[in-house]
Design a protein. Structure first.
Length: 154
């Protein structure tokens, strides 16, 4: 089973962190990354989980439109920047289908580290804005299949 951890795209600054919207740069990052993933057919899931923050939700919505796969969008708790990655890791134990999780740093790096190495700290991965890392579970073990950042696609 595969999961895809996707950091939200670049967002504008704002006092209300949850209400921050995507910037023009962020929308461009999504267009570039979405086109790459559509051409390569590497993001194989029909379910997108996203945090309640506007920038994460909008990143998921725009990815869905770009990929043209019509995934189910699900707002989930436990994927904000300060949340405990063990909560999502536990939830993933019972999941048997691929899922993409749109969230925030340092949560996503900590989650990837927890799944792959068994501990969240220190983080073994860094996800740039709009970057995607694919993890695959075989039995109880997770491994990294690939990671791509938008800067590589320029």
């Amino acid at each position: 089973m595969k999961i895809y951890l996707v950091r939200h795209a670049h967002a504008v600054d704002g006092e209300d962190d949850d209400a921050r919207e995507l910037s023009a740069k962020g929308r461009q990052q999504i267009r570039r990354m979405g086109a790459f993933l559509r051409r390569s057919a590497t993001l194989a899931t029909r379910e997108f989980w996203h945090s309640p923050a506007v920038r994460a939700r909008d990143t998921a919505v725009r990815f869905a439109a770009s990929l043209k796969t019509g995934p189910k969008l699900v707002e989930v708790e436990g994927v904000r920047h300060g949340d405990d990655p063990a909560v999502v890791a536990k939830r993933l134990q019972s999941i048997r289908r691929p899922v993409a999780i749109f969230g925030h740093e340092p949560h996503l790096s900590a989650l990837a580290s927890l799944l792959v190495a068994g501990r969240a700290e220190p983080p073994l991965f860094v996800l740039r804005k709009c970057a995607v890392i694919c993890l695959e579970r075989e039995g109880r073990r997770w491994s990294v299949r690939w990671q791509v950042a938008p800067e590589l696609l320029e």
